[in-house]
Design a protein around this ligand. Sequence first.
Ligand SMILES: [Zn+2]
Ligand SMILES: [Zn+2]
Length: 322
Amino acid sequence: MSSRARANVDRELILNSQVAQGMTVIGDRWSFMIIRDIYLGVRQFEEFRRRNDVARGTLSARLKSLVEHDILYRHRYQTLPTRYEYRLTEKGLDMYPILLMSWEWETKWGRGRFLPPTLTHKTCGKDMHPRLRCGHCHVVVVPNDVRFSSGKITQSAQKVRPRYQRRSKPKQESGDDSDRHAFTILDVVGDRWTSLVVAAAFFGMQRFDDIASSIGIATNILADRLKLLVDIGVLARVPYQGRPRRFEYHLSEMGRDLYSHTITIHEWTNRWLIREGESPLNLQHKPCDRPLASEVVCSECEKPLVASDVAYEKEFRHREAG
Ligand SMILES: [Zn+2]
Ligand SMILES: [Zn+2]
């Protein structure tokens, strides 16, 4: 296959990839924060509102969307007057690996005011870090070990459209709009387009025009997201040509560390949004030469992590200055 043809296949892959589909469902920061809070034990409308300083209309629209997508369901916990709380469906509970990998990245690289909670594994009794590894050969999943190829493009893949395209910035999490020294994981993946720019980088897209056509993004939005990712340090801007000077965007170590998070979104989408045998994108794990099926395990005892076996504080801790 010529490199040009190869590039065209790659574009098709990203446009239809599981990550793109998953991000149409969960790709905005409010939805992400709601799911995170539910895992921290928040159930009720007013408590979501208080913790996140979010407008009623916005919160109610996001909750409604998550219920429509079968990630949450409403549970009546009181009559006279009737009151409901929100709980995770099976599909929502299965997002636990995504949450764990986002917390891990946040703990290591985030610069927000708050640190994710320390995770304690009740099974072994130790404070731990979640690790994403191959379920077959148990090697930790890293970008260079994964080969991808085009699968069957689904009807549903072609139909998906994002519901929320605008980026909104909650005050509590990201601080001042212009302050990119106080970023969190939500600045990096709490927005559909930013996530897709990161995914494009994992597929080897490094130049502006290639990224633009591979994810179908408007050039002004792409310029904005690339600047954000460079300012944060996820991407490095590297010159590849002088006169006129042109740049490529390369993933930094911080950027490559987002891989496990991207993979968990890919796999969740595979399990829930894609019909059996119709995956647009196939991932193969090179060390064992089998289709990638990852698992999240405890760094201390290496047992797979189940939400009910992990303990943490409900309130976020303040990050130490410096
Ligand atoms: Zn493997
Ligand atoms: Zn453990």
